[in-house]
Ligand binder design. Sequence first.
Ligand code: GLN
Length: 514
Amino acid sequence: MTAVLKLGVAGLSRALAAREISSVELTQGLLAGIDAHSDLGAFLCTDADHALAEARAADAAIAAGSAGPLTGVPIAHKDIFVTDHARSGLPSTAGSKMLAGYASPFDATVVARLGAGEAGPAGRGPGAGMVTLGKLNCDEFAMGSSNENSAFGPVLNPWDRQRVPGGSSGGSAAAVAARLVPAATGTDTGGSIRQPASFTGITGIKPTYGVCSRYGMIAFASSLDQAGPMARSAEDCAMLLSAMSGFDARDATSAERPPQDYAALMRKARAGASAAKPLQGLRVGLPKEFFPAALAADVNGAVRAALAELEKLGATLVDVSLPRTELSIPVYYIIAPAEASSNLGRFDGVKFGHRAAQYADLMEMYKKSRAEGFGPEVKRRIMIGTYVLSHGYYDAYYLQAQKLRRMIADDFQACFSAGAQGCDLIAGPVAPTVAWKLGEQGDDPLQAYLADIFTLPASLAGLPGMSVPAGLGAHGMPVGLQLIGNYFDEGTLLHTAHALQQATDFHLRTPQGY
Ligand code: GLN
């Protein structure tokens, strides 16, 4: 029984179909594990009654032969997705005191599509039937790289509890790495799926901007925010992404494309490939800017070893350049705060969330509610964003950043275009180091911003990116290999990661004690 509880999504799908375990037993077992490891800080809340009701419905569907591949498989959501409180019993907080206890009247589209109910509002028939166990801790409004910015306390990395799990989807990453749940949702604005996946040795994919609906995802930076799955393997991620993605009329930036079967795309053999060389003909670009002299030797070593595996599987490594990589840091830290300052304007003490207890007039009510409700990193970004959008600075900062954003996207296209380079994928590290210690960055937010250097370019370009476990580095901490694909080419990312995971066991390593 305990071995079954630790299976991933694909394994549990098979175990449920074979009646090796029921969804109710699975839900009970996992909820007990979540309780036992509550000191990790990964979960903000669970609701056993609602979860067990969903599990019973799933077992009935399995018995009736009407189950899909995800029916009855448990999942938990980053607490940046709103969950219908009446349906799930779960509040939606975005890791902020501003929204403590907030009861959403509806489910985010991603939640509805994965979930047990009718995904009616999302306009695509019933949900995939997964059982929602609870909500996962995250940096406040998804701003951060270490999960230390949550108003509800930090998350510990199960590989070393003195270290951070990465952020902002740190709760999702720690929960999956500690085998508390087979899979979780995450969101990635500038790296928040890939970097925590890398820091905790799990697999995560941020799809092309527009693939997953942002409806019901509490907004941070709308032109960058994108949802994606975090799980043990590329196979698990492919199954989840098929269910959670697809056009949604409620999100104006949702891509109008037919539903995709990512598991089929993942398995689709490449022309000229063989069993021994599944990646034959795949051209993988290595940007020299992703391997600077300052890159930690352990990260470089693990990434190079994973790249050597890709070569053994038939891939060709090509040297390329993304010359504006360094500029992605100032560009992102202008555009993201600008959009955040606008998005967070809605939290005024009137429409949503926290309201100050005492105030003399309306203006004081706004000021006190926001001063009390938001944490320091969120305030810092609101101030930066307001500044760069203000009259006289807009042209100098915001407009310049937008121009550079386009040039960063063009640099990727030069690598992908059929000319001399003609890459199918770009590869490199996810982060310059392994997970750092809690509190290590002290009061210097710039340290964390600089560590986003390898994830920001793909975010600014809107390209799909993935973190795949590549072994262990310093202090026995996990290292992730980043794969970046061209627009809507999640299939090649998943295919490559799956081939690597069929040939190696990096993704099967588990932190001790979990
Ligand atoms: N670390 C980045 C930031 O702090 C990215 C966060 C994210 O992707 N949500 O903004």
